[in-house]
Design a protein. Structure first.
Length: 220
């Protein structure tokens, strides 16, 4: 009976260690994700850029319907990364969840540092393109952002900032926002090799301890 209790304890601790080994997950918080949009008529003033209210989804589109009315919507995602300070060889991916099939293609762009709050500004051509994806495919889309995130860490940034932008006219997509606890945008950090090694050694040590305890109990 004692042996099984020790095994149960070993498994529980091992699962906990494996969770650590899988690395950290970082999501937007507070007002760090929103849609920056511009609805304009004949007056093309920068002040027309505004941010959306909190919502379960973020929509991206670009629709030059005619010469008098056009709109752009650009979701901005900011992630807190101060916990990564000092890290080298950062290995990470950014994942967004497309809630329903859109049209055309989208661009994931890197903007560098942020403040943790999305503000009204022209983001349509801002940042560098990391990758494109088909908005017609619902579900999770993941992108390697290791290089961009390492740049942010090396620069001492507290936030990493990204946008989702329509690739061309009439392209649109809807992704889940941070208000959606299940499908929130997220950055997944792969642990450093030393962390994985320590985790594996710890698990084997726990298993060995359980085995020795069982043999000792059997001799009594």
């Amino acid at each position: 009976m004692l042996f099984f209790k020790q095994i149960t304890k070993t498994i529980a601790v091992s699962i906990s260690l494996c969770a650590i080994a899988n690395g950290a997950t970082i999501t937007p918080s507070g007002g760090s994700d929103a849609v920056v949009n511009r609805d304009w008529g004949n007056g093309f003033s920068a002040s027309d850029w505004v941010t959306s209210a909190a919502s379960m989804t973020l929509g991206a589109d670009y629709d030059p319907s005619d010469s008098d009315y056009r709109y752009w919507r650009v979701p901005e995602l900011q992630f807190p990364i101060s916990s990564l300070s000092g890290r080298t060889n950062v290995n990470a991916s950014l994942s967004v969840y497309v809630t329903n099939s859109g049209s055309g293609n989208m661009q994931l762009r890197y903007l560098g540092d942020g403040t943790g709050n999305v503000i009204a500004e022209n983001l349509f051509n801002s940042g560098s393109i990391i990758d494109t994806f088909a908005s017609t495919v619902a579900g999770w889309h993941s992108f390697d952002i290791s290089e961009e995130l390492q740049q942010s860490v090396d620069a001492g940034h507290d936030w990493a900032r990204f946008t989702i932008r329509s690739n061309d006219w009439f392209d649109h997509v809807t992704i889940a926002a941070s208000e959606d606890a299940v499908y929130s945008p997220q950055i997944n950090i792969v642990p450093e090799p030393s962390t994985l090694c320590l985790t594996i050694v710890s698990i084997f040590a726990l298993v060995a301890y359980a085995g020795r305890h069982r043999r000792g109990a059997a001799r009594q």
